[in-house]
Each structure stands twice: as structure tokens, then as C-alpha cells.
Design a protein around this ligand. Structure first.
Ligand SMILES: C[S@@+](CC[C@H](N)C(=O)[O-])C[C@H]1O[C@@H](n2cnc3c(N)ncnc32)[C@H](O)[C@@H]1O
Length: 269
């Protein structure tokens, strides 16, 4: 099961994936925002994202159980989430057997979908592992090794994917977990693939991919994007910070030793 976009409900498709066959899970599930495709006026390309709380919990539990089964030992799973549904996915991941390691905060720099109760500017990326985990990238070049990422959410992306989906993640955000937790030739699974951005970035980075999406309009965009994507095309590296400064300009070099790390910490207090 390599390099495929499956059109299905992931609860039906995941049980068909062999156990211990996936090297990395990276996914962006529905956040249960309460929005529906039919009654959302401003968001033209949204999907139904309004399950009763108990059904949403059941979905998270069922999916996490399967993700734990298909993931190889000593490998990682990353799940994007908002603050409201974070607890649901932390519980589901831990209940399935994952060890919760961190919740990375993605500062989107420009605000998201809510303008009333402090405009949302951040999302979480849960980092959980099965067994022991060792980072794959030894020489990180940017601030990816912090758990606070400033990566600008693109407002006017022009790719076909963005024209068809409201919640497309920037390639720079997807690139980091893929580089941190997998190697070229590994298999990356996204069971809520949408327009396939995770799979596109995985392909650009020389990984195999497996995407699952239940809506045919998004699935079709994903297939077209993946067909267009060349395996060696470098994904976007980084967005811009709130000061419009390229992330590269504000990043600090990673201290190589404990002593250097202590010195750097003192210098930045
Ligand atoms: C937050 S979006 C992911 C968008 C994606 N990151 C992208 O770049 O296009 C979540 C996606 O999960 C899909 N979805 C929701 N429930 C699903 C299910 N049970 N099985 C498969 N896909 C599902 C939705 O149709 C939606 O496209």
C-alpha cells in the first residue's frame, strides 16, 4: 500500500492496512468546529465538521487505535488540533497506547477563523510515539527543534488545493515533522488527507505516502496535485514571522553541547 490516495472513510480503510507497516503518521483531522458545508456562508469550500461530542470522541478513539496498530514500533504520530478538541485527541492517543511527548504550538502569525474571543492565531501539533523514538534528522537547520513554530499561514495561496479546501496546511509546517521523524523511502500515512498536502510534501521529500479522504471533491484535487508533484521538488521551507522577518533570520543555531546550551540559555534570558 504505497503512494496511493484512497477515497474512503478512514474507519473503513485503516483496518485494511497491515499492522506495523507505517513509518510515520501525520494528520490533520476534523477539529469538530461546528461548521457545516451547507450553512457556512463565508467559507465556500468547507466540509461537515459538526459531530455530537460523543460521536467525535468515538471517532478519535477508533482512529487512534488503528493508527497505533499500523505504526511500526519506535515511530511517531503527529496530529494537528485546536485547543477545544485537544483533550479529545490526547485522551484517544494515550488510550490507544501512544506515549504523549509534546504539543507543539504553531503560531500562524495571521489569525484564523474566529474574530470574537481573541482571534485564533495558533494550533497545536500533538507529538506522540509508539515505543522509543529517535529523531531522524541530526542537523536541523531552523527553529524546528523548539516546540513553538512561527510559520505564517498563507492567506492567498494559489495552488489548486487551496482553491478547494479551507484548512490546507502550509508545506513548511508539514515538512518539519516529516524530516524530524522519517527518512527517505519511509511510508507516511495521513488518514484525513483532504487535498493531500501531507502526501505532496512527503513525496517531495522522497518518502512514500498513503492518504485517505472521504470526500471525492478533495480526493480528486489530491490525486491531481500528487500527479503534478515531482519527487525531488523541494517543499517550501518557512513562512514569515509577525515582523515579516524570514524565519531563517531569527533562528538561533542549535547548541551542540550541554555547556553551549547553558551558555545560550543565559545569553537569552
Ligand atoms: C482538516 S481537513 C484536512 C485538510 C488537509 N490538511 C489539506 O491540506 O487539505 C480534514 C479532512 O478530513 C476529512 N474527513 C473527515 N472525516 C473523515 C473520515 N472519517 N475519513 C476520512 N476523511 C475524513 C474531511 O473531508 C477533510 O477533508
Amino acid at each position: 500500500m504505497h503512494n496511493r490516495m484512497i477515497l474512503a472513510d478512514c474507519r473503513d480503510a485503516l483496518p485494511k492496512i497491515p499492522s506495523d507497516s507505517v513509518d510515520l503518521v501525520l494528520t490533520d483531522p476534523p477539529y469538530n468546529t461546528g461548521l457545516k458545508a451547507s450553512n457556512s456562508t463565508r467559507l465556500t469550500h468547507f466540509f461537515d465538521d459538526a459531530l455530537p461530542a460523543d460521536e467525535y470522541r468515538a471517532l478519535a478513539r477508533e482512529v487512534c487505535r488503528e493508527l497505533f496498530r499500523v505504526l511500526r514500533e519506535d515511530r511517531a504520530a503527529y496530529v494537528f488540533m485546536n485547543w477545544k478538541s485537544l483533550g479529545v485527541w490526547l485522551d484517544a492517543l494515550a488510550g490507544a497506547g501512544f506515549r504523549l511527548k509534546n504539543a507543539i504550538v504553531w503560531d500562524k502569525v495571521v489569525q484564523g477563523l474566529n474574530y470574537q474571543n481573541y482571534a485564533y492565531t495558533h494550533e497545536f501539533l500533538i507529538f506522540a510515539v509508539k515505543g522509543q523514538f529517535h529523531p531522524r534528522n541530526r542537523g536541523l537547520e531552523d527553529d524546528a527543534w523548539h516546540d513553538l513554530w512561527h510559520i505564517r499561514r498563507e492567506l492567498r495561496q494559489t495552488t489548486a488545493a487551496v482553491e478547494h479546501h479551507e484548512t490546507v496546511k502550509p508545506e513548511a509546517v508539514l515538512r518539519r515533522p516529516i524530516e524530524h521523524a522519517s527518512e527517505p523511502g519511509d511510508l507516511v500515512l495521513d488518514p484525513f488527507a483532504g487535498t493531500g498536502t501531507t502526501c505532496v510534501v512527503a513525496k517531495k521529500l522522497g518518502r512514500h505516502f498513503l492518504g485517505i479522504e472521504r470526500e471525492s471533491r478533495y480526493h480528486a484535487v489530491a490525486v491531481a496535485e500528487l500527479t503534478r508533484t515531482r519527487p525531488d521538488a523541494a517543499p517550501a521551507r518557512c513562512g514569515r514571522t509577525w515582523r515579516e522577518t524570514p524565519c531563517e533570520a531569527i533562528r538561533r543555531p542549535r547548541p551542540r553541547t550541554r555547556r553551549a546550551s547553558r551558555r545560550a540559555w543565559k545569553a537569552h534570558r
